[in-house]
Write a new protein. Structure first.
Ligand SMILES: NC(=O)c1ccc[n+]([C@@H]2O[C@H](COP(=O)([O-])OP(=O)(O)OC[C@H]3O[C@@H](n4cnc5c(N)ncnc54)[C@H](O)[C@@H]3O)[C@@H](O)[C@H]2O)c1
Length: 328
């Protein structure tokens, strides 16, 4: 297939691009590099430094695209609470512009990066796709709005749409001399920040709140390896069906508290990771754990690296060989 990958210079989009190329697809990456990294771009993909809002300049009716994988977004839940307008404009308005272009060009299928943040504070755990959607942060709300637009697009215009609701993505892609890991700036994710502390590049790690109703008072999250997540996208492309919007959670169904994650980082790195308890962050749900039973049953998705040790081990390998080497 000829595929457009938005956000293909980012952490997840650049890994998926490589797997699509390996599977024999042709890939055009649309990424204006606002938060991405040129060095993460796959050399065998065509890169266009174009914003999602201008996707119609690329997705022309003659361009012959068979599908779009839409990763481009702003992703920091905390920032989305203080600068909500940025998130609505980029994540929601941008996605609607992309959908207009998809419709005008007659592109048959689209796979969207949705998120566990659409559920807010869940009433049932693990969370099925049918659970109440009540996002507690603007980021989750902007993604839920796009999910709803995709349902309409499938019903109204026959799009084959798939939303993949990722829980916390972690680990690194380390294959054939290529290494891609997490590098958000500023970094807001727990594991890369804990690795910074283990490597001595930050003094301490802040735990945002230790009075949540969880075993040790810190938030519980479900982690998924970026390679397992990426493989689900290839399965979703195949499963996409005209006129349907399919929605799948992607996680491992195991919750770890922030303190437990830090302990695994200490074990894997063999280094101390001092922590400091800071106030809760606005909009953080106490516990997010996925039921990915539907993805397993309908997509045939089976995670190959489900343990936190696998994920932290790969993230640390990437960190030592790339982050520390490039910015000693
Ligand atoms: N990382 C996670 O744990 C996680 C969890 C749930 C959902 N997601 C979703 O997965 C997707 C990818 O996340 P990531 O961690 O790879 O983020 P990332 O920041 O590494 O990558 C996002 C990419 O999108 C590009 N981009 C953003 N806005 C753009 C625009 N308007 N036009 C063109 N390019 C634009 C950026 O330059 C960047 O390369 C996002 O949609 C995010 O919401 C991520």
């Amino acid at each position: 297939m000829k595929l457009l990958v938005t956000g293909g210079a980012g952490y997840i989009g650049s890994v998926v691009t490589r797997m699509l190329l390996d599977a024999g697809h042709r890939v055009v990456v649309l990424d204006d590099l606002r938060t991405g990294h040129a060095e993460a771009l796959a050399p065998d993909a065509t890169h266009l430094a174009v914003g999602v809002h201008d996707a119609a300049s690329v997705l022309t009716p003659d361009a012959g695209f068979d599908g779009v994988l839409h990763f481009a977004a702003l992703i920091a839940a905390g920032e989305s609470m203080v600068r909500p307008e940025l998130y609505w404009h980029n994540n929601t308005v941008g996605s609607l512009a992309l959908l207009d272009a998809v419709r005008a060009a007659g592109v048959p299928r689209l796979v969207f990066s949705s998120t566990a943040a659409v559920y807010g504070n869940p009433v049932e755990l693990p969370i099925p796709e049918t659970a109440v959607k009540a996002p507690t942060n603007t980021y989750g709300a902007t993604k839920l709005a796009v999910d709803m637009a995709l349902t309409s697009e499938a019903i109204g215009h026959g799009l084959a749409a798939v939303s993949l609701r990722y829980f916390n993505v972690a680990g690194a892609y380390l294959r054939d001399g290529v290494a891609i890991g997490e590098r958000h700036d500023p970094e807001t994710h727990l594991i890369p920040i804990a690795l910074d502390v283990a490597a001595g590049r930050r003094d301490k790690l802040q735990l945002f709140g230790d009075d949540y109703p969880t075993v040790d008072g810190t938030c519980v999250r479900d982690y998924i390896h970026v390679e397992d997540l990426a493989r689900a996208h290839l399965l979703a492309l195949t499963a996409a069906t005209a006129g349907q919007h399919r929605i799948y959670n992607l996680g491992n169904g195991n919750g770890f508290t922030n303190r437990q994650v830090v302990e695994v980082v200490r074990e894997v790195t063999g280094k101390p990771v001092p922590v400091e308890v800071a106030p809760r962050r606005e909009g953080d749900p106490a516990e997010l754990v996925a039921s990915a039973a539907l993805a397993r049953a309908e997509l045939g998705w089976v995670p190959e690296k489900p343990t936190l040790h696998d994920m932290v081990g790969d993230a640390w390998a990437f960190y030592r060989t790339h982050v520390l080497r490039e910015q000693p």
